[in-house]
Write a protein that binds this ligand. Structure first.
Ligand code: GDP
Length: 524
């Protein structure tokens, strides 16, 4: 057997998507504990001591020593090498959060059982669907009272419009939580029961043989009835449909009490896809190909203001990376020797010597890279398909504080926009500069980097949230532009309207039925 192939086949690279407080940090920590990547609970938590509430980017960046490393976490389990990519939430939410999803082969969606599907989960879910990424769901906090499991399942299917298959099913919840009925392993896993008696095997009919105290609980009977309902009326499990992203396996558990997490991890590793082939200008690139290739999906500015260097996050898509190797950047045709590269562990950053398709490495970036850049080692040049554009939701009007600094101002904006830090728009009539972002942090990073890297103080006037819709028609009457439906063009000269709100969008569409508006992030 080819060694590279073995390594690539062992990779599982995923992101956890959730709404803040659903339990992402807690679950990540438990997974890392299983993998032996951290020793103490609380390690990942370190970054979350509440300081993020201040939106002073420098303050955030000071703490980023840990945040950068926890952007990608790696551990080994049962012969697999698992890469977990962080998708920041709260005011850390940015286009990077979305772009991270272009670098994974699957996603784990955590849902708080009391809250169901929340806003941020839904946004991230849509991006996963757009990319055809298989999703595994962990319904968390079963140790607390939450919504009824059947209700949660219905919500999943209705709100997300996708079929699901419960791999296990809770027996009670909250104070009465007894455990989970594991359909996949045909056993019951008991809550708060010692290792030896924790698992109860089930017979061919899916019931406990012989005597058992659990059988006396009415919750056991209720669970059997619900399982029967799922068997008869629910979806059938299909490995292929899971791999295609058309069936979501659902797991119940409690991350905080570390219940159901190991079962989840093991089933996830069994069904989650290996590194996938990726589209490029030369067709699909096989991850098992010998030639190294990858693309940059995120650039993190350095936390040290004395240095301008940044870290570019590269997803390896094929072959093997060796430190010191020469690679080509097809965008410029330049050859680069990669001497400084980093891999990420939860509590440490270490130099990476070798990595293979599926892995993420951090490259020292003195300003060489842009988001979406392809790196290759082979002679045949190609580029991976362009990363999607994500619809911005927040806008500011931006000007240079000092009019004498126009040249620096334009250079800075142009480079940061090209790099993918923020989106630039110009109003059609007045040629004013507007910046668009999916999260407030992007503006703060922009302001900071303009000051530190381009020596320009900027003034940003908040325009608040807007609904951006692009226009299919080439010809458009510029007089349709007003403050409630502002006509702008993006940096590729495509025209779009920024609507004040949903009402303004509908009103506009009613008045102008011939103008075809679209959202690049829509699925169809
Ligand atoms: P994140 O914002 O998604 O990273 O969420 P955290 O992991 O920080 O969890 C948010 C809160 O929910 C914390 O107070 C956790 O202790 C709590 N939490 C997480 N998982 C569970 C769980 O399984 N049961 C209960 N009762 N609380 C949980």
């Amino acid at each position: 057997m080819n060694k590279l192939k073995d390594h690539v086949l062992s990779r599982k690279t995923f992101a956890i998507i959730s709404h803040p407080d659903a339990g992402k940090t807690t679950l990540t920590e438990q997974l890392l504990l299983f993998g032996g990547a951290i020793r103490d609970a609380g390690t990942v938590k370190g970054k979350k001591t509440g300081k993020f509430a201040t939106s002073d980017w420098m303050e955030i960046e000071k703490q980023r020593g840990i945040s950068v490393t926890s952007s990608v976490m790696q551990f080994d389990y049962d012969g697999f090498r698992v890469n977990i990519l962080d998708t920041p939430g709260h005011q850390d939410f940015s286009e990077d959060t979305y772009r991270t999803l272009t670098a994974v082969d699957s996603a784990v969606m955590i849902i708080d059982s009391a809250k169901g599907i929340e806003e941020q989960t839904l946004k991230l879910f849509k991006v996963c669907r757009m990319r055809g990424i298989p999703i595994f769901t962990f319904i968390n906090k079963l140790d607390r009272e939450g919504k009824a499991p059947l209700e949660l399942l219905a919500e999943l299917e209705e709100v997300l419009g996708i079929e699901s298959y419960p791999m296990n099913w809770p027996i009670g919840m909250g104070k009465q939580f007894l455990g989970i009925y594991d359909r996949h392993h045909n056993r019951i896993e008991q809550f708060r029961v010692d290792k030896k008696d924790k698992f109860i095997p089930l017979n061919e009919d899916g019931e406990i043989d012989g005597e058992h105290s659990l059988k006396e609980s009415p919750l056991y009977e209720q669970t059997l009835e619900e399982i029967m309902l799922l068997d008869e009326a629910g979806n059938e499990f299909s490995t292929e449909r899971v791999a295609e992203g058309n069936l979501i396996p659902v797991f119940f558990g409690s991350a905080l009490t570390n219940f159901g997490v190991q079962t989840f991890l093991e089933s996830y590793l069994e069904f989650a896809p290996m590194p996938q082939a990726r589209n490029s200008t030369a067709g699909k690139i096989d991850p098992l190909s010998e030639e190294f290739s990858g693309f940059i999906f995120k650039i993190q500015a350095n936390m040290n203001p004395a240095h301008r260097d940044r870290i570019a996050f590269l997803r390896i898509c094929s072959g093997k990376f060796d430190r010191g190797m020469n690679v080509t950047l097809p965008r410029t045709g330049k050859t680069i020797k990669i001497a400084q590269s980093t891999q990420f562990m939860a509590d440490d950053r270490s130099t990476v010597e070798e990595a293979v398709a599926g892995d993420i490495i951090g490259l020292y970036d003195p300003g060489t890279y842009q988001i979406g850049d392809t790196l290759i080692s082979g002679k045949d040049s190609f580029q991976y398909e362009r990363l999607p554009q994500f619809t911005p939701e927040l806008f500011v009007r931006v000007t240079a504080k000092n009019v004498m600094k126009q040249k620096h101002f334009h250079k800075g904006i142009q480079q940061l926009v090209q790099e993918g830090a923020i989106q630039l728009f110009k109003t059609v009539k007045t040629e004013e500069y507007l910046l668009g972002a999916v999260g407030q942090l992007q503006f703060e990073v922009f302001e900071h980097r303009m000051r530190n890297e381009y020596n320009v103080e900027v003034t940003m006037e908040r325009l608040g949230s807007k609904i951006a819709r692009w226009i299919e028609n080439d010809e458009i009457d510029e007089n349709l532009s007003n403050s409630r439906s502002l006509l702008v063009h993006d940096r590729y000269e495509n025209k779009a309207f920024l609507f004040e709100n949903d009402f303004a969008l509908r009103w506009f569409q009613d008045k102008n039925p011939n103008i075809k508006l679209y959202n690049p992030m829509d699925l169809t």
